[in-house]
Design a protein around this ligand. Structure first.
Ligand SMILES: NC(=O)C1=CN([C@@H]2O[C@H](COP(=O)(O)OP(=O)(O)OC[C@H]3O[C@@H](n4cnc5c(N)ncnc54)[C@H](OP(=O)(O)O)[C@@H]3O)[C@@H](O)[C@H]2O)C=CC1
Ligand SMILES: O=C(O)[C@@H]1CCC=N1
Length: 265
């Protein structure tokens, strides 16, 4: 079985591992500096764990899952020996990663945490010199936890980080806001949570299954002069859509800024 090493055993590693172990295609080892997380990874997912990365072979795969700011240090004495490197770090471009790892065989991935439940979406980018067989390995790994979109140019990584990489946080923000509003209307915490979740889940499933434009679906809820019209008018007055646009733009700008800083470090 092909060896797959995760460098960093935190949130995103665990999300990907939880899907990957369902199809035993890789022999997985997670390198994690905290003993309690190593123990958890072993107990919860049955994967091998280690404190430091061994010397790799060309047929191995190394998935980099430490924070971008920790990457240079984490790779400083790594011996990847031509192994395929997959990086999920935000704001670290393939050229910088290749220089840090001393290995040009690098593919970038921007996943998201719904991977934990098999409903992730990941953007992938590989420079032109990367073999199709290496791209196939990256596709296989990410398809085990959700949908996969290959990007044509590396700069699109910033945009996909702004939309889907960080996107689950925006959805949780909106869920929290709806649940808070429900509590203000007198529902208890549990009921507020249940109503908010069911509304999001139902609306997303309806949108997916109907295939209708989102604006049309919104129209279908909105009777002229009725309750939804009043709600949407208030949301528009509060410029909620502009707020979301600005949030995505801020995320993209931060990703660009991180790339600038990390490529000069
Ligand atoms: N969370 C998300 O939604 C997403 C995250 N990403 C990217 O994924 C990467 C990981 O994020 P996330 O999982 O949230 O981060 P976490 O902090 O949860 O996980 C990283 C883990 O790696 C450990 N670590 C740091 N250096 C080393 C080392 N040299 N050897 C072994 N372990 C080490 C960290 O320890 P310590 O805490 O001590 O640093 C931590 O336990 C980031 O680069 C991020 O940009 C991408 C898309 C989505
Ligand atoms: O917040 C971050 O930097 C990471 C990258 C995308 C989602 N979380």
């Amino acid at each position: 079985m092909q060896k797959l090493y995760f460098l960093g055993g935190g949130n995103m590693c665990q999300a990907i591992v939880s899907g990957l172990i369902k199809t035993p295609r890789f022999d997985i080892t997670v390198i994690e500096s905290h003993a309690d997380k190593r123990q958890y990874l072993q107990d919860a997912y049955g994967v091998a764990v280690a404190e430091s990365l061994p010397s790799l072979h060309a047929e191995d795969v190394l998935l980099l899952a430490v924070k971008p700011q920790d990457m240079a240090q984490a790779l400083s004495d790594a011996r990847s020996n031509g192994a395929l490197i997959l990086s999920i770090a935000a704001g670290l471009d393939t050229q910088t990663l290749a220089a840090m790892a001393g290995n040009e065989r690098v593919i970038r991935i921007m996943p998201n945490t719904p991977a934990q439940v098999g409903l992730g979406v990941a953007g992938l980018y590989a420079p032109a010199h990367i073999a199709q067989s290496d791209k196939d390995i990256a596709t296989q790994i990410m398809q085990s936890v959700g949908a996969v979109h290959w990007l044509d140019v590396e700069t699109q990584m910033h945009a996909i980080t702004g939309v889907s990489g960080s996107g689950p946080a925006y959805v949780f923000y909106l869920l929290e806001a709806l649940a808070q509003a429900a509590q203000q209307q007198g529902f208890d915490v549990e009921t507020a949570r249940e109503l908010s979740l069911a509304t999001f889940k139902g609306a997303v499933t309806l949108a997916e299954q109907s295939g209708l434009p989102f604006a049309q679906l919104q129209q279908n809820v909105t009777s002229k002069g009725g309750t939804t019209f009043a709600a949407i008018s208030a949301l528009e007055a509060a410029q909620v859509a502009q707020g979301i646009e600005q949030g995505v733009a801020a995320c993209v700008a931060r990703s660009e800024e991180m790339q600038q800083q990390l490529s000069q470090a």
